[in-house]
Design a binder for this molecule. Structure first.
Ligand code: MLT
Length: 269
């Protein structure tokens, strides 16, 4: 993957495939840009697909600790600027969705349209924030295998058997994660502000996606978020929990493609 040297002498790795109107993908915690492989396979004609590794994940170097959603949004803005892209469709899943909302808050001019998948606009509760601190400590003390075993049941469905390959792949990605990045991102997610007020101001085409069995950011939250964004469309993805793009890529990609084709002035794909 190519690299961009960003602020604070950090290297930001990203994947960049295809020609056409740009789509920037922001990944979930504690994973990396590799989760978007099924979307890269399905959408490579007519679109320029860009996926970045958040600081400390994948091949990007470690960033600040805590790793705030504003830092990821700032990196996304820097990457688009360096690539000469004025604005892009932003697709964020879970932590990537928190960062997408931060990008809209800070740099709305960068956002052509928004796809918010398995994410929420609300901040963590007081108990949730304590959980972030405990998880950060646990990651540093016990390492990547502990992270993977704690997170896996929250991210993907345990059954049926056909999902086991997905679970194995997701666990493998998490076991590659640097515990320092996991801890920094856990603390950073706990610090994210409430974005509920922002929703009514989102004046871009928006698609909200959620796995029907998502327990981390459940369909009821997605519905509330979609209702608060003018004109937003909600699609529930069957046979998926939190990582809907990975667990049911066919339905996720179908909903994404329908949304992309309907964007104003879109002529390709
Ligand atoms: C994620 O999938 O990015 C995280 O589980 C989100 C969260 O913990 O809030």
């Amino acid at each position: 993957m190519p690299t961009l040297r960003v602020r604070e002498q950090r290297d930001l790795h990203y994947r960049d495939l295809g020609d056409g109107e740009p789509i920037l993908f922001l990944h979930a915690f504690p994973l990396h840009a590799g989760i978007w492989e099924p979307q890269f396979q399905a959408l490579s004609v007519g679109w320029r697909l860009i996926a970045l590794d958040a600081p400390g994940f994948g091949e990007s170097t470690l960033g600040p600790d805590p790793l705030t959603m504003e830092t990821i949004a700032g990196d996304a803005d820097a990457l688009l600027g360096a690539l000469g892209i004025a604005r892009a469709v932003i697709v964020g899943l879970s932590m990537g969705g928190y960062a997408a909302l931060a990008l809209f808050r800070r740099h709305p001019e960068r956002v052509r349209a928004l796809v918010l998948a398995d994410t929420r606009a609300t901040a963590d509760s007081a108990e949730g924030k304590k959980g972030r601190v405990a998880f950060a400590k646990g990651a540093l003390e016990h390492g990547p295998r502990w992270v993977a075993s704690e997170m896996l049941p929250k991210l993907v469905r345990a059954e049926p058997a056909r999902d086991r390959a997905v679970a194995t792949e997701v666990a493998r990605m998490m076991e590659q994660a640097d515990p320092r990045a996991v801890a920094a991102a856990s603390l950073g997610m706990g610090l994210r502000p409430d974005s509920t007020d922002l929703l009514a101001r989102i004046d871009r085409p928006t698609l909200v996606l959620v796995g029907e069995e998502d327990v981390v950011t459940p369909p009821a939250d997605a519905r509330r978020m979609a209702d608060a964004i003018p004109g937003a469309k909600l699609v529930e993805i069957a046979g998926a929990a939190h990582l809907s793009s990975v667990e049911n890529p066919a339905d996720f990609n179908g909903a994404l493609q329908d949304f992309l084709r309907a964007l104003p002035h879109h002529s390709v794909g």
